[in-house]
Design a protein around this ligand. Structure first.
Ligand SMILES: *Cc1c(COP(=O)(O)O)cnc(C)c1O
Length: 385
């Protein structure tokens, strides 16, 4: 469809229900479908293989990513594990050095058992990606901005490097959503989402998506989706569709609030370091500006030694200490012990995920209230001399 993004959020995919005229796609809460005769069905056979509500969510996310084929999964990790199942013994991946902890966990402790290995690279430096590619490498896997240090990778440049060497590029676009960044249009081959985050947007559903353009690869992924079976349930598909309708208005507020908070943190005198690619001082600023329509709403920072980061978490009143991100409410987490605990301590330290690092998912509350909350929590966590 040739319409703009905010219209696409509401009318993309399968808009409404042709059978009844219902404005919303109904929740087809069914596991199976009546067959009219042997080998005669109406396009639906069994809900692991296909379900109309899930199909609507899949088509919607595909449209938003400007892709052809979409697949919905029971979680982001179900999406990731299905994509990783494309590879076989002896295959190797080149992976960004700071990505979602669960992705490292599944590589280290699950796909490792099948002889699939990986090397960690700072993908913000394309030369390092090029240097890491050898015959065994089959794909480059990046997040941009990456979790939790918001490192920005030049997607177009890394896609070119991958393609020149006959490899594919996989991008986890969870942090920005297609509202802000569309990796397929920058040359990526496969886009992955945890729909649990901004797409759902209300911290009430776990989901995952994969979008791509290549027909052959999509047929293999559909096969794997059905064979492995980690599909998104009808009700959860509906919740994600419902969340996506307001993605644009939510993201605008998320990004505006995050920009205000990042600037406040920098000049506050409370922090040693702020990671946010929307700051002109951030090393990823130029690339971020070139390839995305905004810097997102994830900020990481390191408090000055004068403050006790453990106490800080307890003193917050509005901002909630919790895993996850991308919901309307602001959440804060401690990557070293929470989201990235699965990464060995020495690797964490090497890539900069220090013990004092704090990750903030900026919600859509009034930004003054969020800044007041941060201020009182930091001040009341000052270490006693
Ligand atoms: C949360 C997250 C995942 C995993 O998704 P789940 O829905 O929790 O399984 C993958 N990638 C990123 C960037 C995430 O934030």
């Amino acid at each position: 469809m040739g319409i703009k993004i905010n219209s696409l959020l509401i009318h993309g995919g399968i808009d409404g229900d042709t059978a009844t005229g219902a404005v919303n796609v109904p929740v087809y809460q069914t596991s199976t479908y009546k067959q009219d005769g042997l080998g005669q069905n109406r396009g639906w056979e069994y809900s692991r293989t296909g379900n109309p509500t899930r199909a609507a969510a899949e088509k919607l996310v595909a449209d938003l990513e400007r892709g052809t084929y979409g697949l919905a999964f029971a979680s982001g990790l179900a999406a990731i594990s299905t994509v990783l199942s494309l590879f076989k013994e002896g295959d190797k991946l080149v992976v960004s050095d700071n990505i979602y902890g669960g992705t490292f966990r599944i590589l280290d402790n699950v796909f490792d058992h099948f002889g699939i290995t990986y090397t960690i690279v700072d993908t913000s430096d394309p030369a390092k990606v090029e240097a890491a590619i050898d015959d065994d490498v089959k794909a480059v896997y990046v997040e941009s901005p990456a979790n939790p240090l918001l490192t920005v990778t030049d997607i177009r440049e890394v896609a070119d490097i991958a393609h020149r060497n006959g490899k594919i590029l996989i991008v986890d676009n969870t942090f920005l959503t297609p509202y802000l960044q569309r990796p397929l249009t920058l040359g990526a081959d496969i886009v992955i989402h945890s729909g649990t985050k901004y797409l759902g947007g209300h911290s009430d559903v776990i989901s995952g998506f994969v979008v791509l353009n290549d027909k052959e690869l999509s047929e293999r992924l559909y096969y794997l989706q059905n064979a492995i079976g980690g599909v998104l349930a009808p009700w959860d598909s509906y919740l994600v569709i419902r969340g996506i309708k307001t993605l644009g208005v939510r993201m605008d507020r998320h990004v505006e609030n995050a920009g205000r908070i990042a600037e406040w943190l920098v000049q506050s005198g409370y922090v040693d370091r702020v990671y946010y690619p929307g700051l002109t001082s951030d090393p990823g600023y130029e690339v971020q500006k070139k390839q995305a329509d905004g810097a997102g709403a994830m900020i990481s920072f390191v408090l000055k030694k004068a403050y006790d980061h453990r106490k800080f978490f307890e003193r917050l009143k509005i901002i909630t200490l919790a895993e996850s991100l991308g919901g309307v409410e602001s959440l804060v987490c401690h990557p070293a012990s929470m989201t990235h605990a699965a990464i060995p301590a020495e690797v964490r330290k090497k890539v900069g995920i220090v013990d004092e690092l704090i990750r903030l998912s900026v919600g859509i509350e009034d930004v003054e209230d969020l800044i007041d909350d941060l201020k009182q929590a930091i001040e009341s966590s000052a270490k006693e001399e």
